[in-house]
Design a protein around this ligand. Sequence first.
Ligand code: PHE
Length: 339
Amino acid sequence: MSLASFLAELDALAAEAVKAFAAAMDAAALEAARVEYLGAKSGKLKDAQKGLGTVGKDDKPAAGKKFNEVKQAVEAAFAAAQERAGSGDAAVSSGPPFDPSQPGARPRLGHLHPLTQTIDELKDIMGRLGFSVAQGPEIEDERHNFEALNIPQAHPARDPLENFYLATAEKLGAGPMLLRSQTSTVQIRVMEAQRPPVRIISLGRVYRPDTADATHYPMFHQIEGLLVDKHVTMADLKSTLRLFAKSYFGGEVHIRFRPSFFPFTEPSVEVDMQWHDRWIEMGGAGMVDPNVLRAVGYDPDEVSGFAFGLGVERVCARRHHVTDIREFYRNDVRFLEQF
Ligand code: PHE
């Protein structure tokens, strides 16, 4: 090879390498370009070095000098590109330089689920009426879910097909356990733990093997209320529920009681609320049955009480005009965003 063509080849190679380093968009591309041109085994520069042996003897010093210059230039171009890429492993920035005076991109804020918002609001309203919040377990025994609530062994509500009994509890020999079917269990837990007067609410999940439809779901939420004191009457129950409804819905709200039956209240009623000209069934209520008071060691001749249990999904759906409670559990942001 003539000296002239060797020198021309080196110049072309140098230009090509500098261009490749500049075009590398990220650390991986830059590394690939490095291997292509500076690779110790089969890099293009290494290949070109072999040309040194083919130039004439007298041209060798000039050719060698040129080779070293080109090699240094290519190495410097690589180092510069690497610097641009930051520490060497960060991506080479391809976009415009960072402008700190630009307004920032606002992160999208989430918010509480509509049911959580409802629960918080109901706690607030009842708190203002003097009710404190009590809690109970979601896995219950039969005493708290049934027996102390005056629901005898043969009662249809205890049918295994109407409840989520836990097979593991049976196996452990711990006695039958089930996912609570109502928050009335918390009435018992609170009364077992304290003497009257009692003035609590309890909010939480309950479970029933219902088929999901627009108004049912196998898991839903209830708000339970319990007030036990001297001389508590049905009038106290009604005025409490009316205040509750007025505070939550606002404006013209009416309350209606329809005769009903629950083993743990006597008399028992269904509670309907009317808002915007529509009646809707909110849940059950009544005066605490003397048998329940006796089951927790209270004296029915001394104290009386009222209790209610309302569906949180129903209350929330009514206020926000939600027509299918399954929406609350679909986790579709287009639905959830509206609250
Ligand atoms: N526990 C009843 C139910 O789930 C509701 C209720 C609560 C009724 C308190 C009366 C008193 O249907």
